[in-house]
Every structure is written in C-alpha cells, then in structure tokens.
Design a protein around this ligand. Structure first.
Ligand code: KG4
Ligand code: ZN
Length: 342
C-alpha cells in the first residue's frame, strides 16, 4: 500500500509518502518538511495567522516534491491522510482540505489522523508493528502517559495539569533570553552546567497518580532569576549553564519517575518515548539508565520522527488502512481532538 500524508497542525508544513504491508517495517519513501520556525522566532512563539498562510503557500510544492522524491505518481497513491487535530484550526484546515481534495480527485480513501497518535506510534515505524507498551508523549503541546495494548487501544493514565514539558522548556528559555524553540537551546546551554546547582521543585512527584505539573517549576526559575539579579531578572554572567542543567534535570526526574511508576502499574515491559522533547539526549540517557536498571525495553523514534513530521501521520494512517478503515470527506477538523475519550 502507498500512502501520502500531510501534517499541518502547527508551524511545520510536512508531506510524506510511505509504503507498507501489514506486519512489515514501513518504508518512508519521502518525508518533506518546510519549517516556519524562523518566521515565528521574532514573536517568541507561533502566530496562527502566519502559520496558516504559510501552509497554503508551501503545501502544493511540497506535495509535488514528496511525490518526486518517492518516485511515485499521484494516481499510484492508494490513500491520502492528514492530521485532523489537535492543533491550530486554520492550520489543520489547510492540510486536511488538501488531502481530502486529492482523495476526491483520485477516488481514493481519506484518513483523518490524530496528531498525538502520530507521535505515539512514531517509535515503531521501522518495526511496522506496535507492541503493548507504556507510552510517554512529550511535545510542545502535550505531556501524556498512555497504556497501549495495541494500535487504537489506548488508556490514558496521566497528563499535564498545566504546561506541557516542551512548553516549559520554551517558556523558561524565553526567561533566560534564549531563542524559540527553547528545548534545543536549553539542552545546548546545559552541557557544561551542574544539574544540582539549583534545587528546583519536582512537582507532583510524591503524589499518587500519573499527572504532571510544570508551571511551578517555571515560576521557581522566574523567582530564582529575580532573586539573583533583581535589576534585570536575567541570569548573572556564567550562571546560564547551571540554571539550564538544573531546570532540565528537574523535568527529567519527574518524567522518568512517573513513567516508570506507570509502567509498573500497568504491567508493561516496554516504554516508548515520542514527541519533540524526546530528542533531548539527557532525557534519553536517563530513560536508558532507568530502563536498564528495571529490565525494561526502551523504544524511541529516530530523530526525524520526533518533532512534527508527516511520516508519523502516514504510519498511523497506514495501520488503520490495513484494517480497511477510512474517514468521511465531510468530517471536520477538531483543534481539541482527544486521543482517548474521557
Ligand atoms: O513534537 P513537537 O515538534 O511539536 C508539538 O507537537 O508540540 O515538539 C516541539 C517541542 C518544543 O517545545 C521544543 O522546545 C521541544 O519540543 N524540543 C526539545 C528538544 N528539541 C525540541 N525539548 C528539549 N530538548 C530538546 N532537544
Ligand atoms: Zn507534535
């Protein structure tokens, strides 16, 4: 089966062409991304109006580029997929409408995909099968712990009560005068720092349950900055690495502790990490060490599949297409589309 997928939920326009057959590793024939990060950087975050305009500008050439790289003609595609939520409404509409139009024009099925399901399944693209596991999705918009019995069989165990992990990285980076997106910047600055230099809080770590909270940590960094440098509230010279390393460690400690606790609770022996924050090398190393200690298997996505991309959307759609599923062409996008109904 050949599938073309579009991802346009936020600030990346992405198109992928994937081939696959049931139970076999999926093959990414093309995975094109046109990033808008530079356009939004001056505003310190994503501006929805700018995002949707750029999706509509870049989508068509990107589809053509993806087909060319894959060496496939549009009439050879068996199904078209697009992210239908969660995300920015005007951005989602561009990708979903384009995929539906291609499906209608070629008479092929359309599949609407939940962006979070794309992230969730991304560590398993190169296996082609999804084992039962405990999943941690850590992105700019979500922090989610799920018990996964198999594709489409998800039970939510916990999520963030306020900021997502990536959002905390982005907001703290802004306070520290680092550019957007903040995650990679904090990781870089933390390299020479001491993770124990500042005792930042590990929120909700001792409480039962599997929810997270990162807003207290963000406020703690803010208070520390204004205490250390009341004049400007910016880091004192030379303190940036310690601040970044200590903040990063606080996020990592909470994520690792709660995820392992959830795996124990659900009786799962495999942990899968996905989403942009899962690119963080210190986070990966902490999970690798913890999983080794507990005899668990760790699955991570290849770097190109961690941040927003269309190959993960193609894979989620492919698994559903194998089951003969498709979505109606008159279905709507949903900015708040839940992965698991409450
Ligand atoms: O999954 P993603 O591309 O988009 C969403 O669906 O949100 O995640 C983007 C988030 C941003 O908050 C970014 O700062 C964070 O992932 N991120 C990182 C790293 N690379 C990206 N956070 C920590 N360390 C990184 N190396
Ligand atoms: Zn994402």
């Amino acid at each position: 089966m050949l599938l073309l997928a579009i991802e346009s939920s936020c600030d990346e326009t992405a198109v992928a062409v994937m081939s696959g057959e049931p139970g076999r590793p999926a093959r990414i024939l093309a995975s094109e991304i046109s990033s808008q990060i530079e356009l939004h950087r001056v505003y310190g975050g994503v501006v929805p109006e700018i995002a949707s305009r750029n999706h509509s500008l870049h989508l068509r050439p990107l589809v053509e580029q993806a087909l060319k790289h894959a060496g496939v003609a549009i009439h050879e595609i068996d199904a078209f997929a697009a992210t239908s939520g969660p995300g920015l409404a005007s951005s989602l509409l561009i990708g979903a409408t384009a995929a539906k139009a291609m499906a209608a024009a070629t008479g092929k099925p359309f599949l609407a995909v939940n962006h979070l399901e794309g992230h969730l399944l991304s560590p398993f693209v190169d296996r082609g099968v999804v084992p039962e596991h405990l999943a941690l999705i850590v992105s700019g918009g979500h922090t989610l712990l799920l018990d996964v019995a198999g594709p489409g069989r998800y039970r939510k165990l916990g999520s963030t009560r306020d900021d997502a992990a990536g959002e905390a990285f982005d907001k703290v980076a802004k306070m520290l005068g680092l550019p957007y997106p903040g995650g990679p910047e904090i990781e870089k600055a933390a390299l020479g720092g001491n993770p124990e230099a500042f005792a930042f809080p590990r929120s909700m770590m001792k409480e039962p349950g599997f929810d997270f909270s990162f807003s207290g940590l963000k406020t703690a960094v803010l208070y520390t900055l204004s205490e250390r440098n009341p004049e400007t509230g910016t880091p004192l010279p030379g303190e940036l690495p310690d601040l970044c390393a200590s903040f990063q460690q606080a996020v990592i400690d909470v994520l690792v502790t709660k995820t392992l606790r959830a795996a124990r609770h659900a009786g799962r022996r495999t942990i899968a990490l996905s989403g942009g924050v899962s690119l963080n090398k210190a986070l990966r190393a902490a999970f690798e060490a913890a999983c080794q200690r507990e005899g668990l298997t760790l699955a991570t996505a290849t770097p190109g599949l961690c941040t927003d991309n269309a190959a993960m959307i193609a894979f989620a759609a492919l698994l559903r297409a194998f089951e003969g599923q498709s979505s109606p062409l008159d279905g709507d996008i949903d900015p708040n589309l839940p992965l698991v109904s409450a």
